[in-house]
Design a protein around this ligand. Sequence first.
Ligand SMILES: NC(=O)c1ccc[n+]([C@@H]2O[C@H](COP(=O)([O-])OP(=O)(O)OC[C@H]3O[C@@H](n4cnc5c(N)ncnc54)[C@H](O)[C@@H]3O)[C@@H](O)[C@H]2O)c1
Length: 271
Amino acid sequence: MNRNRIAMLMYRGHMTQLLEGKTGLVMGVANKRSIAWGIANAANKAGARLILTYQNERLGENVRDLAPQLTNPLLLPCDVSNDGEITTLMSRIGEEVGHLDFLIHALAYAPREALEGMYADTKREDFRIALDVSAYSLVAVSRAALPLMKDRQAGIVTLTYLGAERVIQNYNVMGVAKAALEASVRYLANDLGPHGVRVNAISAGPIKTLAASAVGGISGMIKLNAERAPLRKQVDLDEVGDAALFLISPLSRGISGEVIYVDSGYHILGV
Ligand SMILES: NC(=O)c1ccc[n+]([C@@H]2O[C@H](COP(=O)([O-])OP(=O)(O)OC[C@H]3O[C@@H](n4cnc5c(N)ncnc54)[C@H](O)[C@@H]3O)[C@@H](O)[C@H]2O)c1
């Protein structure tokens, strides 16, 4: 075997070992188009053992269909609007594994009627639900996971969108929820940092997923992003998966409380 080939294999070997021996929780797989699924694949390839959660039994069926593509995953239910389910999830993980090295929070929800028309028309109950499921849930799962993650150089990653900082047509209350989520990332990073846990967010460009389809005009947003972004292309699941891999691996050990953009560079543009 020549030297170049050995170097290449060593390089590949190194890449696949990035999460060797680590166990992580991935929340938010609904189907194969889910960002959480892109991240699960990247983490699995890097050698991690995964625990996947599903919101309800209907989506659990999808997750069970996808699971054989991963190495020995553990599948558990968790609706994040229910504190009891979060507690049960963490104690199951405690019993089955005993610890967690990373946690991916890739979930959000707002009633469809709140994702079109004027933000000013947002109903109190729709605001409450969107903020509860999409922002408070990060606080709740981070707190519940802390005993499992403590002092392990662990990483938490959530998913956000440019609508947190700029007005995006129809994104409405979800933009406000993402602003709360990004602020939570900073407060949680400061709380959990002394316990050896980093907290970061990925701000992804628009990708056609189940959740994204609820936002009015998502196809137009994807097209516009691809036409105008510095990289002139759509964002895909692998790109988000690899950025998440970086954020849960030791390569990002000096980064916490940060929002990293995986959006083909779109957010740097002015008019
Ligand atoms: N798709 C995009 O364009 C885009 C861009 C930036 C950020 N994001 C964010 O990425 C994350 C993942 O969304 P996605 O686009 O992959 O869509 P998706 O529909 O595949 O995933 C959303 C997930 O949220 C879960 N969920 C909703 N309510 C829940 C609850 N009460 N309990 C537990 N789980 C619940 C759903 O079951 C689903 O698995 C979300 O936070 C979304 O806002 C998406």
